[in-house]
Design a protein around this ligand. Structure first.
Ligand SMILES: Cc1ncc(COP(=O)(O)O)c(C=O)c1O
Length: 393
């Protein structure tokens, strides 16, 4: 048998790979399963996108390779969206890059910027692709624990100077998965300044830029002075438009960064189906008709989830962004044991904090991906499991 590379062997098993099988077994046993695990809502994609896909798929030219620029109107729609949403202009040819989902782009970027000896600062808990890309790039992840102490922000002043000197990439994501934290502008300005001082590439993952509540409007990193020199920003249609399965995202940044990522991609893919890019353009153009109403649905779910989990005995904050509650567990209640028991005994799927890295221990994540009454039922069941764990502790 050929031996896999060291690079491959450095990849940990995908966290929670066992959950889909376990869920199937529960459903087969007739258990009323409530799945609050994935960040993957049960809501429909915009009608404009579905209709545009139906039209585009009838056009033979759409079925060909999207060599080079792909479907140019998608790039133009991205440029127009960035302008409307953040007041920022990006050249659709040199400063915009369509992706097969933002995850793909974040992973591939590492191949252009990281190598052996480099360090990448990886927030923990955090989205799995930051550590994954770093390891595929044969660099060393420097985990930084996101805890309430720093409002779940990465404080670069806490990172030893010798680590910062070797740091090539900093991954940041606000509104954050899984903590639902948001980043104040003055914090982002400090980070951009430090990245410029240390020549660190700031990979700003803005996948949740449109899921924000109570009037909060998340910024683009490029609203911060100087960011264009050091940052690349990732966006996604997945959460904003309930289009997780469509695999449509994009990166924006200066031509050198976008060109480097584009060059890696020319050697590994040939872009997504152009009919999907046409549908992506339609989704972007439907922002005003679609996004505010969709966000209102998420906000109602958030409110229901917060109320229900508090009633059930959990101390949870009401988040201003993303689609998650990041709920603390009492001391001594291990997140994996809690999540396993909740799934086995009550048929409710949540993600244990420890599955997002050691820094996530002591919490669990709930996604607002089911209607309010189901959230409430899930919270009651979670309360029962917590109570029984506290009694037996
Ligand atoms: C923080 C974060 N970034 C990126 C993504 C990936 O999005 P996409 O579907 O565009 O690959 C996710 C998906 O869960 C996420 O939580």
């Amino acid at each position: 048998m050929p031996r896999p590379s060291h690079r491959f062997q450095s990849l940990p098993p995908y966290p929670l790979a066992h959950v889909p099988l376990k869920k199937r077994q529960l459903v087969e046993r007739g258990v009323d399963v409530i799945d609050l695990g994935a960040g993957d809502a049960d809501l429909p994609a915009p009608a404009a996108a579905v209709e545009a896909l139906g039209r585009a798929v009838q056009v033979p030219a759409m079925h060909r390779y999207g060599f080079g620029l792909g479907y140019m109107p998608y790039r133009e729609a991205i440029g127009a969206w960035m302008q409307r949403r953040f007041g920022l202009s990006f050249d659709p040819v040199t400063e915009v890059l369509p992706l097969i989902g933002s995850k793909e782009g974040i992973a591939h970027l590492a191949l252009a910027y990281l190598e052996k000896g480099d360090v990448a600062i990886v927030p923990e808990p955090g989205y799995v692709v930051y550590a994954g890309g770093t390891l595929l790039g044969e660099a060393t992840p420097y985990p930084y624990a996101l805890r309430p102490r720093t409002d779940f922000l990465v404080d670069l002043d806490e990172i030893p100077e010798d680590v910062l000197r070797r740091t090539k990439v900093l991954y940041l994501n606000y509104p954050n998965n899984p903590t639902a934290a948001i980043a104040p502008r003055d914090y982002l300005a400090r980070v951009v300044r430090r990245c410029r001082e240390h020549d660190i590439l700031l990979v700003y993952d803005n996948a949740y830029s449109e899921l924000a509540y109570d009037g909060y409007v998340p910024p683009s990193i490029f609203e911060i002075d100087g960011a264009r020199d050091v940052a690349i920003e990732f966006h996604s249609l997945s959460k904003t438009y309930n289009m997780t399965g469509w695999r449509q995202g994009w990166a924006v940044g200066n031509p050198a960064l976008i060109g480097a990522l584009g060059r890696v991609k020319t050697f590994v893919d040939t872009g997504s189906f152009m009919a999907l890019q046409a549908a992506g353009a339609a989704a972007l153009e439907s922002w005003a008709e679609f996004v505010p109403g969709n966000v209102a649905v998420f906000q109602a779910r958030r409110d229901a989830a917060v109320a229900a989990f508090r009633d059930a005995g959990f101390a949870c904050e009401s988040p201003k962004g993303a689609m998650y509650l990041w709920i603390p567990l009492p001391d001594g209640v291990a997140s994996r044991e809690f999540a396993d028991r909740l799934m086995d005994e009550e048929g409710v799927i949540v993600l244990p904090g420890a599955s997002f890295g050691a820094g996530g221990e002591g919490f669990f994540r709930v996604s607002f991906i089911v209607p309010p009454e189901r959230m409430a039922e899930a919270a009651r069941r979670a309360g029962r499991v917590l109570a029984s764990m506290l009694v037996s502790a």
